[in-house]
Design a protein around this ligand. Structure first.
Ligand code: SF4
Ligand code: SF4
Length: 205
């Protein structure tokens, strides 16, 4: 959630840590774990990756980049636009490296989400999917399809085309039962909080 637009100075290190806290706040690490175990890792063949130790040179580019599954996670959490707005302000984002200066002027400030159950639920659904599939090909193709489709939905905004694309997206993820339930729980929780706030304010809806 966007919580402010006042100018502030952030270090490159801070931006990377902040991004990681967001990803962890949505439980993205659960999904990456399943993906890496099944040969889908986006870090494959990168020179900064050391076997058993992980990435030795994390940068703003890899932190901000979302694959299809992480895009789905951010999209369904309602945070994808905020995430893009935040990283659009960061200069020097490249492929697997950055030229981001040590200090960056920023205005976007996001609240770190606390929805780890969302990523965990999606990871569990992906595990079920992988256990049914013959190999990991469909898993990799689905990540690409989700990536393209969510970009198209964002581009279509609220037009009639977007409605059609959202239907397609929901069809692609129709078997992700745990993920759907986690989204419903979060929506119910948000609705409950809103109702309590309204009642405390003495206004009945
Ligand atoms: S492709 Fe996506 S899910 Fe897989 S390791 Fe990379 S960011 Fe994580
Ligand atoms: S630099 Fe990026 S692609 Fe390379 S290992 Fe680190 S996170 Fe993965």
């Amino acid at each position: 959630m966007l919580v402010g637009d006042e100018l502030y100075i952030a270090t490159r290190r801070y931006l990377i840590d902040y991004g990681m806290r967001h990803l962890n706040g949505l439980g993205a690490d659960h999904i990456c774990k399943v993906c890496i175990q099944n040969g889908g890792s986006c870090c494959r063949t990168c020179s900064h990756l050391i076997d058993g130790l992980g990435c030795q040179n994390r940068n703003t580019s890899c932190t901000s980049w979302l694959c299809g599954y992480l895009k789905l996670l951010f999209y369904k959490a309602g945070l994808i636009k905020d995430w893009d707005t935040f990283w659009d302000e960061v200069p020097g984002i490249e492929f697997r490296k950055d030229s981001t200066p040590p200090l960056v002027k920023m205005t976007t400030h996001l609240e770190v989400p606390m929805m780890r159950e969302l990523g965990e639920a999606l990871a569990n659904d992906l595990k079920v999917k992988l256990s049914r599939d013959k190999n990991n090909l469909d898993f990799i193709v689905l990540a690409r399809d989700l990536d393209n489709l969510i970009d198209e939905i964002e581009f279509a905004d609220h037009s009639d085309i977007a409605v059609h694309l959202i239907k397609r997206l929901n069809y692609l993820i129709k078997d992700f039962h745990e993920f759907h339930q986690a989204i419903k729980n979060i929506e119910l929780h948000k609705w409950g909080e809103k109702t309590t706030q309204v009642q405390k304010g003495g206004i009945l809806i």
